[in-house]
Design a protein around this ligand. Structure first.
Ligand code: ZN
Ligand code: ZN
Length: 280
């Protein structure tokens, strides 16, 4: 699959339930992400579509979310996560990804580039959001895709654009570090924007930290759709990774899930609340 181009990618199977794009061979085997206990096979059985079909029925909506540009499929499709475009000196960083690419979105991103040189990197928190990462990389001109190496087995495409990082922290740009936040997946990671979009910085935790509906408390689950909590040891390990990080704001995976101001203190209180719940 090393030299697969965008027209080819737009026709390969995309899982309807999780939005992940696979090489043709997976069509017979079923979606490994949905067969995992953290996800679920759609109630009507495994169904496939393609990026081209999804693009024909959806648009990619660009919206400012408290100072950060977000991209989202409209109407909602599959898991329904949003992606973020974060401006940086050497070009934008795309955090998370979507199950299809549209020409309109690619054109709009090119128009946003200014003098920064377009998108310099794609980085993704965990396999649930890998979606159409390779098609995005190709559509944006062969952009490197940064993933934590602990989740390498979840990647179904071989590609020269993949970059696996390891350890606790990876400096992606002068202002952005990727940080390891294991628990939901072994390689779950977050993006720490050290001075943006406001002083105090922000953490984009993927599914490692899920903001509650009151946007004041957070939780930490092994599976969200199947409600499997993180155990005591996993929680302690995640907390030890979050403790050294400085941030004032938290930007969650789904629309409207922002915790603006005092997010560090609120996440600490959320860990304490979770530990108290484990005590019973
Ligand atoms: Zn799936
Ligand atoms: Zn997830």
């Amino acid at each position: 699959m090393t030299h697969i181009n965008r027209p080819q990618l737009s026709k390969v199977p995309v899982c309807v339930t999780c939005g992940t794009q696979y090489p043709e061979a997976e069509r017979m085997e079923g979606c490994p992400i949905c067969q995992d206990e953290r996800q679920y096979v759609g109630w009507g059985g495994q169904r496939w579509t393609s990026s081209a079909e999804v693009a024909a029925g959806h648009e990619i909506r660009f919206e400012d979310a408290v100072g950060v540009m977000t991209l989202q499929l409209s109407p909602r499709f599959a898991i329904g996560q949003r992606a973020f475009l974060i401006p940086q000196a050497g070009g934008m960083v795309m955090w998370e990804c979507l199950p299809t690419v549209t020409d309109a979105a690619v054109g709009r991103i090119a128009g946003m580039a200014g003098d920064g040189g377009g998108v310099q990197a794609i980085a993704i928190s965990h396999p649930h959001f890998y979606s159409a990462m390779l098609e995005w990389s190709v559509a944006l001109g062969g952009v490197p895709i940064y993933l934590h190496e602990a989740d390498e087995d979840w990647v179904s495409f071989d590609s020269p654009y993949l970059r696996f990082w390891d350890g606790d922290r990876f400096p992606l740009t002068d202002a952005i570090d990727l940080v390891h936040l294991p628990g939901h997946f072994e390689g779950s990671s977050g993006l720490l924007w050290k001075n943006g979009p406001r002083p105090g910085g922000s953490l984009f935790p993927g599914d490692a930290i899920q903001i509650g509906m009151d946007r004041r408390i957070a939780s930490f689950m092994y599976s969200y759709p199947n409600a499997i909590p993180l155990g005591r040891r996993s929680l302690a390990r995640l907390k030890a990774k979050v403790d050294p990080l400085a941030f004032a704001d938290l930007y969650g995976s789904f629309e409207g899930k922002e915790m603006i101001g005092d997010a560090k203190e609120r996440v600490e209180a959320s860990f304490a609340r979770y530990e108290a719940a484990l005590e019973g």
